[in-house]
Design a protein around this ligand. Structure first.
Ligand code: ATR
Length: 290
């Protein structure tokens, strides 16, 4: 990597940030396309977000990813927030457009593209979405229009209800169902499900023996996607695979949301395969099997 006086700086803000895969993924992509960009992690301490965004303006940082816990809090410091991010109430990507900071959310499109690139179409299908947090909301807004039915289960019922209301308002009288996440509601809703998406953090390292769905409920006609990417093959995906279901790893969503951010910043088509390989290689370095 050659850094010059003209190198454009991108980065990620969050806390903690030490385990992020984004610098690996983006720097591999910049290198592949020979772009004079670099991507670095910025650990932003609690209470320092406003100053960090001021720093983005004063230092002329071109692009930023935003991760926990700042995805919603950052919105008030931006000049504009695009419609999708506004609907979701969270920003994961910022573009510095000649001094004006614009917020985007690429989580939903990342999930959608991960499914599409793996040969899964949403159109006319029954979807079961577990989780109504930031990522869950983004996925819901990107799939509700095309899906025949969208069932949302969340541990905190109120959040699922609020999301379902917003979706009905946006997409009319779609078949949108919301319930509290439990073993019973999963069993009930899974019956007519064609695509199951886990957007909760259940199964994430170190809780790798956990799954939101009992293994006995898996069927070969299901498609199962997990947004958890560490480990790349969660218990949910292992069980789904063992039952003969189609599976899409969280690494795919991570890479496709990153690819969408990359395209916003550089206006170049993202080299997705290179980004994917970089992500898997880095995960192997951490000792994570895939
Ligand atoms: P993200 O941006 O990754 O979506 P988030 O907004 O904190 O992160 O959302 C985390 C999701 O995982 C939420 O749906 C959360 O449920 P609550 O809304 O009830 O908090 C869900 N979640 C996290 N841990 C969970 C657990 N142990 N059991 C069930 N759901 C869990």
């Amino acid at each position: 990597m050659k850094i010059s006086g003209k190198t454009k700086v991108c980065g990620i803000i969050g806390e903690p940030i030490e385990h992020t895969l984004s610098p690996t993924i983006h720097n591999a992509a910049f290198e592949e396309l020979n772009l004079d960009f670099v991507y670095v992690p910025f650990k932003v301490k609690m209470g320092m977000l406003k100053e960090a965004i001021r720093g983005v303006r004063s230092l002329g940082i071109i692009g930023l990813n935003v991760t926990m816990p700042y995805k919603s809090a950052v919105m008030r410091y931006l000049d504009d927030v695009d419609l999708v991010a506004r609907r979701v109430g969270a920003v994961n990507t910022i573009l510095n457009e000649g001094g004006s900071l614009i917020g985007y959310n690429t989580d939903g499109i990342g999930a959608l593209n991960a499914l599409k690139e793996n040969g899964v179409t949403i159109n006319g299908k029954n979807l079961l979405l577990l989780g109504a947090g930031g990522a869950g909301k983004a996925i819901a807004f990107h799939t509700a229009q095309e899906a025949a039915k969208l069932a949302i289960l969340n541990r905190t019922l109120q959040k699922a209800k609020k999301l379902a209301e917003a979706l009905r308002k946006e997409f009319g009288n779609k078949k949108i169902i919301c319930k509290k996440l439990s073993a019973e509601t999963v069993k009930e809703e899974l019956k007519d499900t064609e695509i199951l998406i886990n957007a909760t953090s259940i199964g994430m390292h170190p809780n790798t023996d956990q799954s939101p769905v009992t293994s006995g409920l898996m069927r070969p006609d299901l498609c199962v996607m997990d947004i958890v990417y560490n480990p790349p093959e969660t218990k949910l995906l292992k069980d789904a695979k063992a039952a003969g279901a189609k599976v899409v790893s969280g690494v795919e969503m991570l890479v496709y949301q990153g690819a969408a951010s990359f395209e916003i910043w550089t206006k170049h088509t993202a080299p997705v395969e290179v980004m994917k390989k970089a992500a898997f290689d880095k995960l192997s370095e951490f000792g994570v099997k895939h």
